[in-house]
Design a protein around this ligand. Structure first.
Ligand SMILES: NC(=O)c1ccc[n+]([C@@H]2O[C@H](COP(=O)([O-])OP(=O)(O)OC[C@H]3O[C@@H](n4cnc5c(N)ncnc54)[C@H](OP(=O)(O)O)[C@@H]3O)[C@@H](O)[C@H]2O)c1
Length: 271
């Protein structure tokens, strides 16, 4: 088996816990440690399996342990951890969820949300312009919501939300319009050829027999088709879009970009 390289651990190694429950499925430590190893950053991520009732004690321990500069949080702690932060920065404050916490020099904890940022910066890093763009977004769950807020904050002109459960789609549209009153929001748009970028923000595509979240052949040929699903690397949606000659953007870009941001925020190293 090909395991990712692990950083050499010594007395100066910064330890970044990943708080999860359960924790057996988490993949972030592999990506995080590979990134640190490749960039010569003396930090290591370890999974901490912390139940909801154990969260306060885990955070108290983190406050006491001096070589923990910050930590990362995943399901089910992303909301609850906000109650333990002294400050919430950017969208974490708006959304009331965060997935990374930095310990400041004075011992205070600052929380941020990088789920949507990783996706949006991944697009920008690959030269896909967002300012003034119209984006079709399938989904209204945790990841799609984070992406929608980041897109809106990146000056897109219009977001079209398409979700199986209409009530959740409406709720996301209302949240967005409260926060970004100038944003053009369309619910379940019919004329999808108006969109420059189309994003699958649902979990459709994980299983081989999943239906497509939307039909790429209904989009323009110059529409970029993007994914959050990263397993398989090329989903059926991306496969179909490629066959149509559309530019594709894979789900893995979201995680690799986010890892860089998480390492920077929690350890202070920018690689
Ligand atoms: N690339 C990355 O770095 C990264 C990181 C995290 C997650 N992800 C991906 O993001 C996906 C979504 O995560 P999440 O946290 O947003 O999940 P979530 O909160 O459970 O939301 C799931 C979304 O998918 C929709 N959906 C699920 N099954 C469907 C079906 N059969 N037909 C139509 N719509 C369906 C849901 O619609 P309803 O509202 O109608 O239920 C909802 O909009 C994950 O499965 C994972 O693949 C990627």
């Amino acid at each position: 088996m090909n395991l990712p390289p692990t950083p050499a651990i010594n007395g100066r190694t910064a330890v970044v816990p990943l708080l999860a429950y359960p924790s057996e499925h988490v993949r972030t430590p592999g990506f995080f440690n590979q990134y640190c190893s490749e960039h010569g950053i003396n930090a290591v991520m370890v999974p901490w399996k912390v139940s909801p009732s154990g969260l306060p004690a885990a955070i108290e321990a983190i406050r006491q342990i001096e070589n923990i500069p910050g930590f990362v949080i995943t399901i089910p702690h992303k909301q609850e951890v906000c109650r333990h932060c002294d400050t919430l920065e950017g969208l974490a404050e708006v959304m009331g969820v965060c997935n990374a916490v930095r310990k400041n020099a004075d011992g205070t904890l600052a929380g941020r949300m990088y789920d949507g940022r990783g996706f949006v910066q991944g697009l920008q890093d690959r030269g896909i312009p967002l300012a003034g763009a119209s984006v079709l977004l399938a989904g209204a769950g945790g990841v799609a919501t984070a992406i929608a807020f980041e897109l809106a904050g990146s000056q897109v002109r219009r977001i079209g939300i398409q979700n199986r459960s209409l009530d959740k789609g409406c709720e996301l549209a209302e949240q967005l319009s409260r926060r970004f009153p100038g944003l053009d929001i369309e619910l379940n748009p019919q004329h999808v050829e108006a969109y420059d970028i189309a994003v699958n923000g649902t979990s459709l595509g994980l299983r081989p027999d999943d239906p497509l979240p939307f039909d790429p052949s209904k989009l323009r040929q110059d529409t970029v088709v993007a994914e959050v699903v990263m397993q398989p690397d090329i989903t059926h949606l991306l496969q179909r879009a490629s066959e149509n000659g559309q530019r594709i953007h894979k789900g893995v870009h979201m995680v690799t970009t986010q890892i860089k941001l998480l390492v920077g925020f929690t350890t202070g190293h920018t690689g």
